[in-house]
Design a protein around this ligand. Structure first.
Ligand SMILES: [Zn+2]
Ligand SMILES: [Zn+2]
Length: 151
């Protein structure tokens, strides 16, 4: 695998933080970058294992935490409380299906300052605000309508 500028950026960020650049970390960052959806640590572990045989789930978790710390990945929490990791780090929000757990990106620009101010009032030092819209996705709506029609 030829090094890309993103890899170089990741390496220099790691070094700047006094962190070691390891093949495991590079593989996890590469898998996340190629991923175009939101994945659990378990899913990522499966994908990374294909590149780095024998990598452990705790290593995947700790690397994801490090990447989150570096701002290279965002964490989204679904209804079940499972953390999903998102390689897209620009400001965006999510809609989550309460039936199947599907998570999609939604484009909107809610008033962040109001949310952050409210968090500060509650004693928080907020990093950012992510809005989650809950509901039922298109596929599940079709199923639900079919069920309703059959009943
Ligand atoms: Zn659904
Ligand atoms: Zn997203």
């Amino acid at each position: 695998m030829a090094p890309t500028s993103t890899d170089e950026l990741f390496c220099s960020t790691l070094r700047a933080r006094g962190q070691r650049v390891t093949p495991q970390r590079l593989a996890i960052a590469a898998v996340l970058r190629d991923l175009h959806h939101h994945a659990t640590a378990e899913e990522l572990h499966g994908l990374v294992s294909a590149r780095v045989p024998g990598i452990s789930l705790p290593t995947v978790y700790s690397t994801l935490e490090l990447l989150e710390d570096l701002g290279a990945v965002r964490r989204v929490v679904n209804d079940g409380g499972t953390a999903l990791f998102d390689a897209r780090t620009d400001e965006h929000h999510h809609a989550i299906c309460r039936r199947c757990g599907l998570v999609v990106d939604i484009e909107a620009t809610p008033d962040q300052s109001q949310l952050l101010d409210a968090a500060r009032t509650a004693g928080f030092a907020p990093d950012d605000a992510q809005v989650v819209v809950r509901g039922v996705c298109a596929a599940c709506r079709t199923v639900r309508e079919a069920e309703t029609a059959a009943a």
